[in-house]
Design a protein around this ligand. Structure first.
Ligand code: FE2
Length: 314
C-alpha cells in the first residue's frame, strides 16, 4: 500500500530540558529513549511505535525532517525507484541510522524540506495494550495527546517569479507517494494560484499540508485529541503551565478541525486538535477555499485576518 501514515517529526530545540518538560507535561508524551548525541525520543500514550517526536539540540528552532511510515519494506524499494525516476535524489540510510528504526529513504521535497520514509520501527505498544483495553490509561498528564497526526509545512512561493512549491509538492505527493488532494486555498486572478493544499494518504482530512510562504519552514506539528472538550482542557493546561498560546480554541473551516495553537519553548508551533471533520475518500471532490474566504477557512468563527499566524514559523 506504500505510505501508511506520519511516523515522526524531528524537531530542533534550543533548550532540551525545557522542551522535554513541554512535550511531557503539556502534551502528555513520555520519553522513551535518549541517545549519546543528546537527542530525546518521545511517544504519546495511544501510539504503539517507540517514538513519534525526536528533540535534537540546536541553536535554532525548526524541523530537521518529517518521516512517514510505509507498510512493507518492499514499499521502500518501489518508492525509491519511483522518486528517483521523478528526478529527486534519494539517499538510503541503513537500519539503525535512527535508533529502533529500520532502513530509511531520505530525500528533499520540492519545497526543500527533508522527508524520510521507513517501514520498521520498534513496537512497544500503547499504554492500554491490545487485550481488552481500557479507553484511556490512568496516568494521563497534560493534554493527553493521543498521537502525532500531521504536519503543516510552509513552502516557498513567489507568484512574481512563478515559484510555487505548494503546487510542486502536491504533484510529487500525488504522483510518487499516492496521496490525494482533499482541500485547497486558491488565490489570485481567477483563483489560479494554489496557495495551500491539504493532502492525505489515509481517510483523515489531512496527513500533511502545505502553505505558500516567502521561504520554506515548519508551521506546526499537530497532535490528536478526542473531543472539543479536550481541546478546551488542553488550553487550560497551557494556561496553567504558562505556555504561549498562539490561537485560543476555535474551529477551522478547512478540514473542520477544532483546534488550539501554541508554541514550544523554542518557538516551534504545536497544534492539538479534535474532530476528524469527515472521512476523506479518494473519490471525494476537492474542497476549494477562495481568496475572499481565505481567513474564514483558517478561523471559521471570526474569519479575522491574523498575519502572525502565517508570518511566524520556524
Ligand atoms: Fe494542523
Amino acid at each position: 500500500m506504500g505510505v501508511m501514515r506520519i511516523g515522526h517529526a524531528s524537531l530542533k530545540v534550543m533548550d532540551v530540558p525545557a522542551a522535554v518538560k513541554h512535550y511531557t507535561e503539556v502534551l502528555g508524551m513520555k520519553v522513551t529513549m535518549e541517545d549519546k548525541a543528546g537527542n530525546v525520543y518521545l511517544k504519546c500514550w495511544d501510539e504503539w511505535d517507540r517514538y513519534s517526536i525526536i528533540l535534537t539540540p540546536s541553536d535554532q528552532a525548526g524541523m530537521n525532517h518529517v518521516a512517514y511510515k510505509c507498510e512493507k519494506d518492499s514499499d521502500l524499494t518501489e518508492l525509491k525507484a519511483k522518486i528517483e525516476a521523478y528526478g529527486i535524489k534519494v539517499t538510503e540510510l541503513p537500519e539503525g541510522s535512527l535508533p529502533a528504526t529500520g532502513r530509511m529513504l531520505q530525500f528533499k521535497l520540492p519545497s526543500g524540506h527533508e522527508m524520510r520514509l521507513y517501514a520498521q520501527k520498534e513496537y512497544v505498544g500503547t499504554e492500554v495494550g491490545t487485550t481488552n483495553p481500557d479507553p484511556w490509561p490512568d496516568n494521563i498528564t497534560g493534554a493527553g495527546a493521543h498521537w502525532l497526526d500531521h504536519c503543516l509545512l510552509m513552502c516557498e512561493m513567489n507568484p512574481e517569479t512563478g515559484v510555487n512549491t505548494v503546487v510542486d509538492n502536491v504533484a510529487f505527493f500525488k504522483e510518487c507517494l499516492d496521496f490525494f488532494l482533499v482541500e485547497q486555498i486558491c488565490v489570485g486572478p481567477g483563483g489560479a494560484i494554489q496557495a495551500a493544499a491539504f493532502m492525505t494518504c489515509t481517510n483523515t482530512p489531512h496527513d500533511i499540508a502545505f502553505v505558500g510562504a516567502p521561504k520554506s519552514g515548519l508551521h506546526h506539528v499537530s497532535f490528536f485529541l478526542d473531543s472539543w472538550h479536550d481541546v478546551l482542557k488542553a488550553a487550560d493546561v497551557m494556561s496553567k503551565k504558562k505556555v504561549k498560546i498562539d490561537v485560543a480554541p476555535t474551529r477551522h473551516g478547512v478540514t473542520r478541525g477544532e483546534t488550539i495553537y501554541f508554541f514550544d519553548p523554542s518557538g516551534n508551533r504545536n497544534e492539538t486538535f479534535a474532530g476528524l471533520g469527515y472521512l476523506a475518500m479518494r473519490d471525494r471532490p476537492v474542497t476549494t477555499w477562495t481568496e475572499d474566504k481565505l481567513w474564514t477557512g483558517i478561523f471559521y468563527h471570526t474569519g479575522e485576518v491574523t498575519p502572525s499566524f502565517t508570518d511566524v514559523y520556524t
